[in-house]
Design a protein around this ligand. Structure first.
Ligand SMILES: [Zn+2]
Length: 370
């Protein structure tokens, strides 16, 4: 593969708001990035892969007016890092946007949080790493959610991924979906609609259209993962966006039933033009809430591997008008997880775990963790 020249971070912008500071990195094109937590000092490092800072961006990052708790550097000719000082920052949100490509980083400072502890903050910022120190205390009213669409992946002539002992993804997603439907209806009193309730084939486009036509408030798609390496296991939750990494792109390509190269060239780069900031933000919060609940509940009984919240250009997430997530509940290609998915107990727990996450999103709880 020919070497791709580093993506230029053309410019840096920041604005200090009452409750948060927004930093925008204007990019030449989209970039992959990783996030990692470090100690001494306590910080999160976001690394933009194969990228470099323009003179303008570098000058602004070094300028005395640039916020103290964010350090943007070029430690290597082909990598840019953004370091967040967690002694001063309570939360952050990172959102890749396109048209034009940019990374939006919202930082919530501890000082601002404490100063404004009494009134309700404008937005619940979900921590982006499982180990991020706080969930913001929030006096938020319940969200106005009436109708939820549950979308069990695949069906009929499309079995989805198949395990080594023959388990079909379509059967697992349907069982979990039906259990989830009952929980949402019975325990949360929501109206729940299913894209399918039995073993039938439904086009991806029709799933999104169905949810849009029913004026649904949330869309929950359930899938089962697969990987050529049989040892790979665990769960991940997606919301729509540019693929977070190569594997996210491969997962979306498989679920969209298109070759990776087509997906990478096309849908991958369409984003902010059709999606409202509100949908993006709400989907991100729903994804975090769900992922955290899944890990918390399943971890009590199973050895859960947390692949985190990711973004990828899934068809059903792209064309739904409401906040939407896609859960990849486990790997059917992993023998242990395939066996677990053959048990009623595991599927029930999985449905309960997703339910917990949706519930936490719908009725945000007031929690402060330090
Ligand atoms: Zn699938």
């Amino acid at each position: 593969m020919p070497a791709v020249p580093p993506t230029l971070v053309r410019d840096l912008r920041f604005k200090v708001h009452q409750d948060y500071t927004r930093v925008v990195l204007d990019l030449q094109r989209s970039v992959s990035f990783t996030q990692s937590r470090h100690t001494n000092p306590d910080r999160v490092i976001i690394e933009l892969q194969n990228s470099r800072l323009s003179e303008t961006a570098l000058g602004k990052a070094k300028h005395e007016t640039f916020p103290d708790d964010i350090t943007i550097q070029q430690p290597h000719p082909q990598s840019v890092t953004v370091s967040l000082n967690l002694d001063a920052i309570s939360d952050y949100k990172l959102l890749p946007l396109s048209s034009p490509d940019r990374l939006v980083l919202d930082i919530y400072s501890r000082a601002a949080e404490e100063a404004h502890a009494a009134p309700a903050p404008p937005a619940l910022a979900q921590p982006l790493l499982p180990s991020t120190p706080t969930i913001r205390s929030a006096q938020r009213p319940a969200r106005d959610i009436t109708r939820i669409v549950v979308d069990p992946g695949h069906g009929g002539k499309d079995p989805g991924a198949i395990g080594h002992s023959g388990t079909a993804e379509k059967d697992i997603t349907l069982q979990v979906g039906l259990k989830l439907r009952d929980l949402l209806a019975q325990r949360l009193g929501k109206q729940v609609l299913m894209t399918r309730e039995r073993d039938v084939f439904i086009e991806l486009g029709d799933r999104a259209k169905f949810a849009n036509s029913k004026d649904a408030d949330l869309f929950l798609s359930i899938h089962v993962n697969s990987h050529p390496q049989r040892s790979t296991k665990g769960l991940e939750v997606y919301h729509f966006g540019i693929a977070s990494d190569r594997r996210a792109l491969e997962v979306a390509a498989r679920e969209n039933d298109v070759p990776v190269k087509d997906l990478a060239a096309g849908v991958q780069f369409i984003l902010a033009d059709v999606l409202t900031d509100k949908k993006i933000q709400d989907s991100l919060e729903l994804a975090w809430s769900t992922k955290q609940a899944m890990v918390a509940r399943l971890d009590e009984r199973y050895d859960v591997v947390d692949h985190g919240v990711k973004t990828a250009p899934f068809h059903v997430l792209r064309y739904t008008a409401m906040p939407s997530i896609l859960t990849e509940i486990a790997f059917i290609s992993n023998q242990t997880e395939e066996r677990l998915m053959q048990t009623e107990t595991f599927l029930t727990r999985m449905a309960e775990a997703i339910f917990d996450g949706v519930k936490a999103y719908v009725n945000p709880i007031q929690t402060v963790k330090r």
